[in-house]
Each structure stands twice: as structure tokens, then as C-alpha cells.
Ligand binder design. Structure first.
Ligand code: ATP
Ligand code: MG
Length: 573
């Protein structure tokens, strides 16, 4: 069974996982009626990476398959690091992956910063109900009083402030009367809880920072844990899926929503947080902060450098949305953190591209082949299938002539045993063309081979009866020199030499692969002269390539190597 069929069947019946089991149970019990509403909540502080793609495929995929909706929500409560540039890039990335956030009625695009008024109002409500207080300890005092894994925390001397005093202080915090760090608002939960997140977590802090959307309207900003659950509840999210590091935050998530439900703000059932394992991909980094460092320090050419594991990066590299989705399906959803091998990612892409990509010829390291007994000035047309398994996609044609470009490695003056390509006295087939016999090579004064010479057999043309009379062990690819299109090809390799470049707090910069980008001047067959950006091909014998989406100009394609034909990494070349 080929992959296309296997995957088509999979789409009909999605592979179950523990999250789907929870949703199925909820649907059976009628907890939410039959409603399924999820959200993907990125912070617009960087470009999305392949780890986010896992979360996107999960959240949007679940909503899609249950006939629900997935919201795109910007979790934008850190004014210093966020921007419209990042918002736009995230919108583009999710759309490119093929997901949308529209229901029949409306668009489900949200910003946590749109909830600032409500979040503030709810904080006052918690104060009024004795569930939050203004703490005026210094950051050091707060840290010291938090206790440890073996020691309970010490209540703040300000913990028992009156509601009136707390309200007054909180309003003055908002009015800008205090300096940053002078006061914070804390939830009043349990300083002796074994869970640190429950030891009166900070829910508001003072920041005199310009926010890209709300400008200077606010100088108090809500913390992530406080904002996230409330945003979920305001948007009627049913299942709030997040990565495992938030497992210890779930009691706080539930506490806040419960308190606000007790206060009559939200009705039950309340959104349920469910954690799954994050994606760690070998030879890649999935932390926006570290990716930003690669960009800022010039180790790569930008967020969309084809070596970056960002969505814009893998897009420019030539990965397809379908290949990425197939990868996410294959790795599945579990609760156990693990590393996924880069070869799994590349394998999913090969399986997607093998079916889709038209074939073409490219000579990456050109060497001239002269057919001495072929008439000068003569050309004839050869043809080859666009796709070997899909004859319905037709044929491509290209000229054959006296001078061709071949791959430098397809000639050896002194060939070792087992080398079946060109060497003096040996015959090979020029794929889709004639059989030729090598007669020798021309060299420059330094002894470098500058041209290979051969004679052809006029009755050996592929597809003719005579072809069968020639038994050769080697077939090589070629392009007619006069019509060949010169192109720049960028050969990318893995950005890191080590499988886990940042594991155990290591300096990932030390693991950078110095040879991750190589530029070669190559030739492609004439039919590729006028292709569009982002068109993908399989260059026979070389791998999958894409016309760079930014640098390809009419008549002048520039190619990126997406991935080689086989997984050859770490094996001798
Ligand atoms: P980073 O550490 O790179 O900044 P983040 O988790 O802070 O990542 P967010 O913008 O907050 O980035 O992430 C949005 C969503 O994507 C969150 O729900 C988060 O759990 C999920 N996510 C982030 N990284 C991964 C990953 N490696 N695998 C799976 N999901 C991820
Ligand atoms: Mg985050």
C-alpha cells in the first residue's frame, strides 16, 4: 500500500490519542453538548517554529475533525517583546499550514490584550472577595519567603491588608503612582502548598512599557497564568491544550476560574486544561529566544533562512504544509517528552514530495562531455516522463547535441573496480538518450580534467529497438550545453552538528555546523527557465529542490535543496 493511500485512510479515521479519548468521553456524557472549541495561543514575540506546528496541527486538527472551531489567540501580555511584525508572521504561518479560524458566523481571531479591561475588573473582584492582595515586599523578600521544596512559604506581612487598602493600592498602581516593583497583586491561595505555583502567585505587575496594541494605556500588566485561563473562559474554550511544562500550573488555572465562577462571572463547566508533550526535534532548536539569538547574532540570514526550523524557514526551504501535517500525524500525541529524529521529519516530506514533484535534470558540478562523432550543429529532441509513476502527467522534452554537461563525479580517469560510469573504454547510457563510449579526457596545464570525450552509437537511442542491443552497467544524466540554463543552487545541510544542540543547558552555538550552506553554479534543463517561485522538483539522482520564493526572478530561477533523495546523513558520502 503506498503512502498516499495509507494517509488518505488515516484522514478518514484519525488515529486516536488520549486527548481524543477525553473529548469522546465528554461528548458521550454531554458535558459540553457536542461542542469542541480549542485555541492556539502564541505569544507574538518571535516567529513560529516546527514545535508550534505540532500544537497548530493538534488544536486546529481536533477542532476540524469534531466539527468545532479553533481560535487563533495572541497571548500578548509581555509589552516589551511583542510586535505587529510577529503577529503578521504568525497569521501567515497558520494560514500557510492550511488552517483557518472562521466559523460560519464570524472570525475567531483574538488578542489577550483586548481583555485588559475585563482582566483588571476581575482582579478588583478577587480583591473584594478577599482572594487577592497587594504585596509590597521587594522581589528578594518575596523570593526568600516563597520557601523551598522542603520548606513551606512564609506569609507576606502585607497578606492581611484590608479589602479597602488593597483596592486603593491596586487602583493607584493602575494610575501610575508607583514605581516598577514597588507593589504587585498576588492571588491569596496557600503559602504552604506543595505546589509552588499555588503559593500566592503574582497576578499583576507594574510595567511602564509601551505595548504594541494598547500603547501607554496601561502600566499594570496581568501575568500569563492569570490571563490564560480567563481568556479561555471568555472565549468559551472547551479543551485548552498546552505543553507538559504547564501541568503544575493547572491547579492555578482551575483555582482562578473556580473563584470567578463562584463570583458569578463564569458558568460551569469551566474550560479544561490538558497537557501533551512538546516536540523536540534533533539537530534543531525549538525555543523562540534561542532562534532570535541566531538571527540577531548573524549565525543565519534571518528568521526565514532555509536552515531555520521556523515555519517561514522550512517553507523557504521547500517543505510543504502537507509534509508537515503528515509528520505531525506520524509523531502522534503523548504525555511523554522525547526527541524526534530529524530523519522522521525529512522522511514525511520525501513521502509527500515523491508523489507530487515533477522530475527534472540538474547538473550540480558540471563537466563538459564532447561526443566527437555527433554532427556539429545538430540537435534532436529527447523526452522523459514528468513523473515515472504517473504517465498521465505527460512528457517533458529537452534537446540532445554534441556537447553536454555531465556531473564531474560521473567521470574517472582511473576507475576503481565497481565504478560503472565514464572512464576510458567504458560505455554508459546517457539517460533518455544514447549509449556512448568514453575515449579519453582533456586536461588543463594543472592536470585538471576540463572535458571528457566519447563516441555515440547512433542506433542506441532510448525507446528505439536498437537500444536493447546495448548492455551497459551505468546510466548518467546530462544536459545539452548550448540550451542548459545556468542557475545558482543552494545546498543546505543541518544547522547543527549535534543531535541535541541545547540539551542540558549547553551552549548551542558551539554545535553550529560550519558547512550548513554551500552555493554552487549548476545547470538545469531548458524547460525550467521560466518557473515560478516555490515550484518544487525532484532532480534525478540529487534530491528535492525548490525555486527560492524570494530570489527567483523571471528567467532566472534560484534553487534551494530541500532534502536529498535518501537519508544519507552521518553516513560516508
Ligand atoms: P518558546 O519557548 O519557543 O517561546 P512558547 O511555548 O513560549 O515557545 P508560545 O508562543 O507561548 O511559545 O506557544 C504557543 C503554543 O505553542 C503554546 O500552546 C505552546 O505550548 C505550543 N508550543 C510551543 N513550543 C512547542 C513545542 N516545541 N511543541 C509543541 N507545542 C509547542
Ligand atoms: Mg510561551
Amino acid at each position: 500500500m503506498n503512502n498516499e493511500r495509507k494517509d488518505a485512510e488515516r484522514h478518514d479515521a484519525p488515529v486516536s490519542n488520549f486527548i481524543r479519548n477525553i473529548i469522546d468521553d465528554d461528548n458521550r456524557s454531554g458535558k459540553w453538548g457536542q461542542r469542541v472549541e480549542t485555541r492556539f495561543p502564541p505569544e507574538p514575540n518571535g516567529y513560529l517554529h516546527i514545535g508550534h506546528a505540532k500544537s497548530i496541527c493538534l488544536n486546529f486538527g481536533i477542532a476540524q475533525s469534531y466539527g468545532g472551531i479553533c481560535h487563533l489567540r495572541f497571548d500578548d501580555t509581555n509589552p516589551e517583546k511583542e510586535s505587529f511584525e510577529y503577529v503578521d508572521s504568525i497569521v501567515d504561518a497558520v494560514k500557510w499550514l492550511g488552517f483557518e479560524w472562521k466559523s460560519e458566523q464570524r472570525e475567531h481571531l483574538y488578542f489577550a490584550s483586548d481583555y485588559y479591561d475585563k482582566l483588571y475588573e476581575f482582579a478588583e473582584l478577587l480583591i473584594t472577595r478577599g482572594k487577592a492582595y497587594v504585596d509590597s515586599q521587594s522581589a528578594e523578600e518575596m523570593r526568600a519567603n516563597r520557601g523551598s521544596a522542603t520548606e513551606v512559604g512564609t506569609p507576606s506581612p502585607f497578606r492581611e491588608r484590608s479589602v479597602e487598602e488593597n483596592l486603593d493600592l491596586f487602583r493607584r498602581m493602575k494610575a501610575g503612582e508607583f514605581k516598577e516593583g514597588e507593589h504587585v497583586l498576588r492571588a491569596k491561595i496557600d503559602m504552604s502548598s506543595p505546589n509552588f505555583n499555588m503559593r500566592d502567585p503574582v497576578i499583576y505587575r507594574i510595567r511602564f512599557a509601551h505595548h504594541y496594541r494598547t500603547g501607554d494605556t496601561w502600566c499594570v500588566y496581568p501575568m500569563y497564568d492569570y490571563t490564560h485561563c480567563i481568556s479561555d473562559a471568555l472565549e468559551n474554550i472547551t479543551h485548552s491544550l498546552c505543553t507538559l511544562e504547564f501541568e503544575d500550573h493547572r491547579p492555578l488555572y482551575d483555582w482562578i476560574l473556580n473563584e470567578l465562577a463562584n463570583a458569578g462571572i463564569f458558568t460551569r463547566p469551566l474550560p479544561q486544561q490538558i497537557e501533551f508533550s512538546r516536540l523536540n526535534l534533533t539537530y534543531a532548536i525549538t525555543s523562540k529566544r534561542k532562534l532570535l539569538q541566531l538571527v540577531n547574532e548573524g549565525h543565519v540570514d534571518g528568521w526565514d533562512d532555509p536552515r531555520m526550523p521556523t515555519i517561514v524557514g522550512v517553507r523557504r526551504r521547500g517543505f510543504t504544509p502537507e509534509g508537515i501535517k503528515l509528520f505531525c500525524e506520524r509523531i502522534g500525541i503523548t504525555k511523554v517528552d522525547s526527541w524526534i529524529d530529524m530523519s522522521v521529519f525529512e522522511g514525511a516530506l520525501r513521502d509527500d514530495l515523491d508523489e507530487k514533484a515533477p522530475r527534472a535534470t540538474c547538473v550540480l558540478d558540471p563537466l563538459k562531455l564532447v561526443i566527437d562523432n555527433y554532427p556539429e550543429g545538430q540537435t534532436e529532441e529527447c523526452s522523459a516522463p514528468v513523473h515515472p509513476h504517473h504517465p498521465d502527467r505527460g512528457l517533458r522534452t529537452f534537446p540532445f547535441s554534441r556537447e553536454l554537461w555531465i556531473e564531474r563525479e560521473d567521470f574517472m580517469e582511473n576507475a576503481p573496480k565497481g565504478y560503472f560510469r565514464l572512464f576510458p573504454g567504458n560505455k554508459v547510457r546517457l539517460k533518455y538518450g544514447y549509449v556512448v563510449e568514453c575515449t579519453g579526457a582533456e586536461k588543463d596545464e594543472n592536470g585538471n580534467v576540463i572535458a571528457v570525450h566519447c563516441n555515440y552509437f547512433a542506433d542506441s537511442r532510448s525507446g528505439t529497438e536498437g537500444a536493447n542491443n546495448y548492455k551497459v552497467k551505468g546510466t548518467i544524466h546530462w544536459i545539452s550545453a548550448t540550451q542548459a540554463v545556468p542557475v545558482e543552487v543552494r545546498i543546505y545541510d543541518r544547522l547543527f552538528r549535534e543531535a541535541q544542540p541545547d540539551a542540558g543547558g549547553r551552549d548551542f552555538l558551539e554545535a553550529l555546523n560550519p558547512d550548513s550552506k554551500r552555493i554552487v553554479q549548476a545547470f538545469v534543463e531548458p524547460g525550467l527557465r521560466d518557473i515560478e517561485p516555490e515550484q518544487r522538483y525532484q532532480f534525478e539522482r540529487h534530491g528535492y529542490f525548490v525555486a527560492d520564493r524570494y530570489d527567483t526572478k523571471p528567467g532566472k530561477p534560484i534553487f534551494n535543496r530541500i532534502v536529498s533523495l535518501r537519508d544519507s546523513w552521518g553516513k560516508p558520502a
